[in-house]
Structure formats: structure tokens, C-alpha cells
Design a protein around this ligand. Structure first.
Ligand code: EPS
Length: 387
């Protein structure tokens, strides 16, 4: 399975095509729209999210809510395009009026400057329109389809906010249902409700200062069969593929598995997960420091993937930049933005991990028909248990 997205932040629409989904998969479009709404939410988002009401349209590959095995084509319209239709018109020739909102003072930390240098753009709007995290809308739609596929194979996944500023979730539950219940009780997708008021205050204060915040995200996946991915070649290691995909999300600066960077300063006895066996489950581990991966393969324990997001680079209190035309030192362009998009990012990273897992499963097992895929996976699970 592979996919492609296209579309600019203030262009007419976002478009996605997924190739390689099995036929016979039942899809709920309501569920995709719920995920899109969740991506728009969270405390600390800016005004763009008040304009948009993201809804997916399916324009290929599905009939009567069931996939056909042909490419699935998706569209999400940008409502904001009505305000930008002249400036973003794909067909009109450039003139004085439709080039008014030029961006010439690149924002430090954004793709603006290097994107302009690489693609020879003098108006950096040509970079920011595509490098904007608006693109992740389509990845959430595609990710939710993959999440539905995984759910129908009894694999559950959830992404949540592990930390923002100095507020860190105290414990590490690995039970997806428990995590879901706890994060639905607040608008930060955090485990600990008691912290939320203080987190809101931090975001409000940061906004007043014209500044932004990043944070950490954790994704937990439950009931993944052992043996996905492979140790035999570097490019078949599933933890590597997931890390690559997580880093493809805007603003991610770190990715780790299980105890992550902490393993570097712990002795081996505290890091390895001891092996146990029982008749009902077969082999398992007594702990999960390694986050469900050994030798680049899933080991049957829950997957734990962590991601570190840098603060959004668009600052209302602009940092130093250089004007592309005059070469004068000036403040960077100020574009409308969010104080933090960490909640949105937790949905996006969850989606990205779902996509990578779905890809791996569809590559490992026969995948023309969803029912046959399920039968094969069930047989494989039995074999793993009996080993
Ligand atoms: C985003 C849409 C964008 C930003 C944000 C994420 O909308 P606009 O640029 O119209 O305000 O809110 O993108 C950025 C912060 C960025 O630097 O690109 C979205 O849909 O998630």
C-alpha cells in the first residue's frame, strides 16, 4: 500500500490517493470526520481552525461504504480558499493584485528560506503553502482508514500528549482503552486531568508573549502480532520505517521507542524485557522497556512510540530574519498561526503510525481481499501462539 497527498494550505482542496487497500473493507466516513474534527481541536489552536470544518469526500475506490480494491481517492475542501481564491488561483497569470501577499522575510525554523533557495522561489508563499501542517489533514483521513483496517484486525491504536512545557504525564499506561477514556476527559489529550488548568494557563501566557510551545507525543498500539518487520536487512526493520514516517511530520525533532533515550544511561538488567511463557498466550515479556520491538521486529508486546515536537516556528513576536530583496536585517514575516498544535500532532502521529502498520501488514499477508487477509492473519496469530 502506498499513498500520495497534494494541495496547498490556502488552495482549493487537499487531495489524497491510497493504492493497495484490500477489497471488502467496510469504512465509516463518520469516523474519518470525527478524526478530522479531533485534529482541528485542542487548546491553543489559532483562528484558521474556526474557519475550517474539515469533512472528507470519497471520489474513488469505494462503493456502498466498501472498498473495491481500486485506488481510493479522497478530497478535503479548504473553506478558507474563498478568502484566497485570487491569490491562490491555479490558472490566472500573476499580476500586481494577486501577488500582494508575498512572503519575503523567512521565518527561522520554517521551511521558508531553504525551500526558496532550493526551488528558486522569490515569493516564499510558494514554499509555505505546501510546507504548512495543513497537509496533515489528508494524512489523518488516510490514517483513519488504516486505523479502521487495523481495528477490524483487532489492533487498537491511540496517540496522546505526553508532555507540554514542564507538564509531563506521570505514568505510562499501556492499555489503549484506559488511555482513551482518560484523554477524552480534557481538551489536551493528556492523561492527568488535574494538570489541565495549569496547562491552559501556560498556553494563555505563551500566547500573550507572542511565543509558541512544542511537546511530546506518545502512541501505544495493542495486540500487534509478533514478527512484523525483519532483522534480515536494514530497510525491513519496522521500527526504522516507523521512525522515518514519524519524522516526516512537520516540526518533529525526535523519535524514540519504549524507554527511548533513557536506555542510554541504564544498565542492561534494567532495560531488557525478560521472557516468559504460558499455555494461553505463548511467549511474552515480563516488562516492556523496549516498546514492543526487538531486532526491528514486533515482539507481541504493545508498541510504544514517542515523538518530540518543536514549538511552531511562526511567532507573533517575530525573530530576526533578512529581507530577501533588500538584504536588510528585519523581523520575520508574521503569519496567522497556533500557540501550540501538540493536540493535533498527537492525532497526526497516531495516523502516521497506523499507516505504517497497515502497510507492513498488507505487505506481509495476502491482501487483495480483506476477508482473506483476516483469515491469514488469524492463522498466523495461532501459529505464533503455538510456537
Ligand atoms: C494548519 C493550518 C494553518 C496553520 C497551521 C496548521 O493555517 P493558516 O496558515 O491558514 O493559519 O494554522 O500551520 C502552521 C502553523 C504552519 O506553520 O504552517 C492546520 O490545518 O493544521
Amino acid at each position: 500500500m502506498h499513498y500520495l497527498t497534494a494541495g496547498e494550505s490556502h488552495g482549493p482542496q487537499l487531495t489524497g490517493i491510497i493504492e493497495g487497500l484490500p477489497a471488502g473493507l467496510h469504512l465509516s466516513f463518520e469516523e474519518i470526520n470525527v478524526a478530522l474534527a479531533a485534529r482541528q481541536g485542542g487548546y491553543g489552536r489559532g483562528n484558521r481552525m474556526k474557519i475550517e470544518k474539515d469533512q472528507v469526500q470519497i471520489v474513488g475506490g469505494v462503493r456502498h461504504q466498501i472498498t473495491l480494491g481500486s485506488p481510493v481517492a479522497l478530497v478535503v475542501k479548504n473553506r478558507d480558499y474563498s478568502h484566497w481564491s485570487e491569490i491562490m488561483d491555479p490558472l490566472a497569470q500573476a499580476n500586481e493584485k494577486n501577488t500582494l501577499r508575498r512572503v519575503e522575510r523567512p521565518r527561522p525554523g520554517h521551511a521558508d528560506l531553504v525551500g526558496g533557495m532550493k526551488y528558486r522561489h522569490q515569493d516564499l508563499r510558494n514554499v509555505l503553502e505546501r510546507s504548512s501542517a495543513r497537509e496533515t489533514t489528508m494524512r489523518v483521513a488516510i490514517g483513519n482508514i488504516c486505523k479502521q483496517l487495523l481495528a477490524q484486525l483487532d489492533i487498537k491504536i491511540v496517540g496522546y500528549v505526553q508532555s507540554i512545557g514542564s507538564f509531563i504525564s506521570p505514568d505510562l499506561p499501556q492499555d489503549v482503552a484506559e488511555i482513551e477514556e482518560r484523554i477524552q476527559q480534557n481538551d489536551m489529550r493528556m492523561l492527568d486531568n488535574d494538570q489541565i488548568e495549569a496547562v491552559h494557563a501556560l498556553i494563555d501566557q505563551t500566547k500573550r508573549e507572542g511565543d509558541t510551545l512544542g511537546g511530546q507525543i506518545r502512541v501505544v498500539v495493542e495486540n500487534v502480532p509478533a514478527g512484523l518487520g525483519s532483522y534480515v536487512s536494514y530497510d525491513r526493520k519496522l521500527d526504522g520505517k516507523i521512525a522515518n514516517a514519524v519524522m516526516s511530520m512537520n516540526a518533529m525533532k525526535g523519535v524514540s521507542i519504549g524507554d527511548g533515550f533513557d536506555v542510554a544511561h541504564k544498565p542492561g538488567i534494567q532495560v531488557m524485557d525478560e521472557i516468559t511463557w504460558d499455555q494461553g498466550h505463548g511467549f511474552s515479556r515480563t516488562s516492556n522497556h523496549l516498546g514492543g520491538f526487538e531486532g526491528g521486529m514486533t515482539n507481541g508486546m504493545p508498541l510504544i512510540i514517542n515523538a518530540a515536537m518543536k514549538p511552531i516556528p511562526t511567532l507573533y513576536k517575530a525573530l530576526q530574519s533578512v529581507n530577501l530583496k533588500t538584504r536588510e536585517i528585519q523581523k520575520a514575516n508574521v503569519e496567522r498561526s497556533d500557540t501550540t498544535a501538540i493536540v493535533a500532532a498527537s492525532i497526526v502521529i497516531e495516523s502516521i503510525v497506523a499507516i505504517e502498520l497497515a502497510k507492513e501488514i498488507l505487505e506481509t499477508f495476502e491482501s487483495a481481499s480483506f476477508d482473506r487477509l483476516k483469515e491469514e492473519l488469524d492463522r498466523y496469530r495461532q501459529e505464533m501462539q503455538a510456537y
